[in-house]
Design a protein around this ligand. Structure first.
Ligand SMILES: Cc1cc2nc3c(=O)[nH]c(=O)nc-3n(C[C@H](O)[C@H](O)[C@H](O)COP(=O)(O)O)c2cc1C
Length: 331
């Protein structure tokens, strides 16, 4: 029955399609787009290549909605993506379902903000990525083009895997039931933060959105951290930590993981020391310095209740980065 159902669903199914959006002032990003298109075509994926400099917004939305995934590429000019890419990104965020697989690429000269901006905004919106963003300095050489082709092949593979999962999912009743519970749990959202601690002069940071205010007076907050990643000894009662609340559109999160404490991120990011000697990430939206009052073990997590000592808003016009989730099985 299962095989037959799958077979039926495959019949009449259109080939997978990917929209490839780009702009290119001097042709470098366009060459990357060509290499990606070749990789996709070789993997039997239909490609809709769209030069955003000439695209009509309504056509763009139609194509994006009909495609199974999209890949967007941009040069960085004057510290930003060209306006056509910014417009296309706005249309994507407002109109295209967050379930589509996405990819980001671009040619840049020295800082490549456009690629970071595309990655950050798509990540904030919770689109799943088919490959790590591709950054190429100036004109791509053969190796860079090969990396693009390989990334496209990986994208195609992930797209197929997702397609298979979508076909298989309704057939398994138990899984469907637990998926629905996970889907419901996944609707709980939180502000994306980095919790920083300091022990023996070594700073560590962990990404989390499992955080909430838990008391007005005295002000207190609650965190749930994965037991494997959070070193429990750093969160003993009396120890200090800083909750750095991240702002939308920034790339601070790239340096941290929710599964593992990072100690190397501090080599790349600007930070200052809080009164409790933990790191305040200066690119954060806001921070609060806390002292651990209670630590307890709940399920597979450590629950930390912290008393807030002091805090500050670092970017008054910024917006908090919010972590939207697909499932209660993952962060
Ligand atoms: C006017 C101008 C402004 C630029 N500004 C930046 C910049 O702010 N940051 C950066 O990383 N590269 C910058 N670049 C370098 C371009 O991103 C780089 O040349 C890239 O390869 C251009 O891609 P394209 O050929 O697809 O247009 C700039 C280049 C020009 C000509």
């Amino acid at each position: 029955m299962q095989d037959y159902r799958q077979w039926c669903q495959h019949q009449g199914q259109q080939p997978l399609r990917v929209a490839l959006l780009y702009a290119s002032a001097y042709g470098n990003t366009a060459r990357l787009a060509d290499a990606i298109a070749q990789g996709l075509t070789a993997a039997q994926i239909a490609v809709e290549a769209i030069n955003c400099e000439q695209a009509d917004p309504n056509t763009l939305i139609d194509i994006l909605n009909q495609c199974d995934g999209f890949i967007i590429g941009s040069p960085t000019l004057g510290g930003h993506a060209p306006v056509q890419i910014q417009t296309a990104l706005g249309l994507v965020l407002a109109n295209v379902p967050k379930t589509k697989l996405v990819g980001v690429f671009g040619s840049y000269g020295w800082s490549g903000e456009a690629i970071d901006e595309l990655e950050g905004k798509l990540q904030d919106a919770n689109y799943p990525f088919g490959f790590e963003p591709l950054r190429v300095r100036f004109s791509p050489d053969d190796t860079a083009l090969e990396v693009c082709t390989e990334a496209a092949a990986q994208f195609a593979q992930r797209l197929r895997k997702r397609q298979k999962q979508q076909v298989a999912r309704p057939a398994i009743a138990d899984q469907a039931h637990s998926d629905r519970t996970a889907l419901a749990l996944g609707r709980i959202i939180g502000s994306l933060c980095v919790v920083t601690t300091q022990a023996n002069g070594i700073h560590a940071g962990l990404l989390t959105a499992w955080v909430t205010q838990a008391s007005f007076s005295p002000p207190g907050l609650m965190l749930a951290l994965p037991r494997d990643a959070a070193d429990a000894s750093r969160f003993l009662p009396g120890n200090g930590f800083v909750l750095n609340i991240l702002q939308e559109g920034r790339t601070v999160r790239r340096h941290f993981s929710a599964q593992r404490c990072s100690t190397t991120a501090f080599d790349h990011l600007p930070f200052e020391l809080a009164t409790n000697t933990c790191a305040i990430l200066t690119d954060a939206l806001a921070y609060v310095e806390c002292t651990v009052v209670e630590q307890s073990s709940v399920g597979d997590h450590l629950l930390i209740y912290g008393a807030v000592q002091q805090g500050n808003l670092l970017a008054p016009s910024g917006m908090p980065a919010v972590k939207h989730r697909q499932s209660g099985h993952r962060y």
